[in-house]
Design a protein around this ligand. Structure first.
Ligand code: FES
Length: 200
């Protein structure tokens, strides 16, 4: 059962070892390097795609990556987690991501799991209501905010709920599903976030 998997694993939240695509270094050396750039180069670096290395991301775990100053979550979903997504279809407001497809869900994520590969969810971790950061609540159990909770994300600011595909529950303040950023798999263990190869 999924619960066991989550509990036993004591899900670690991995801070992503990210790097700006193109070889710009991160950390202390990045500052003088970026500062030495022309303004247009700095802007380009700030908006550049980032790579997420998911080599050590275990089933049931989530890692965070920063892209354009925004938190991006990568969740490796178990088969049980994917099953809860199916079970949530009737609870969510926009199960097929039909609203604002071009803005919030790229074509390759316009499916039930909102992902390229069902196993991996990639979403921007910002509530579509007023911009709070929802909290992960992956365990299937009765919660104060939802008796029949199937696992997902809870926004404590005003009580919006999102399932494990980032789909917003019906009748909540958040008007839309969580945004799926442009992304693509560079290999089985590397995801490029911010560039899906469809834009110039
Ligand atoms: S900001 Fe998330 S519910 Fe209001």
């Amino acid at each position: 059962m999924a619960d066991k998997e989550f509990d036993q694993g004591k899900r670690r939240f991995l801070v992503a070892a990210t790097s700006v695509a193109g070889g710009v270094a991160t950390g202390a050396v990045a500052v003088p390097f970026v500062a030495s750039m022309l303004p247009s180069e700095r802007a380009k670096a700030a908006g550049a795609p980032v790579e997420a290395d998911i080599t050590n991301l275990a089933p049931g775990e989530m890692m965070r990556v920063e892209w354009r100053g925004k938190p991006v979550w990568v969740v490796r979903r178990t088969t049980d987690m994917l099953e809860t997504v199916k079970q949530s279809d009737a609870k969510v407001a926009d199960p097929k991501s039909a609203r604002k497809p071009g803005e919030l869900t790229p074509p390759y994520a316009r499916n039930e799991y909102r992902s390229i590969k069902p196993e991996y969810l990639v979403v921007v971790g910002i509530c579509t209501h007023l911009g709070c950061s929802p909290v992960d609540k992956f365990k299937v159990q009765a919660e104060p905010f939802e008796a029949d909770w199937k696992g997902g994300f809870y926004c404590p600011c005003h009580g919006s709920l999102f399932d494990l595909a980032g789909r917003v529950y019906k009748n909540k303040p958040a008007p839309d599903n969580l945004e799926v950023p442009p992304h693509k798999f560079l290999s089985d263990t590397r995801i490029l976030i911010g560039d899906d190869g469809t834009r110039a």
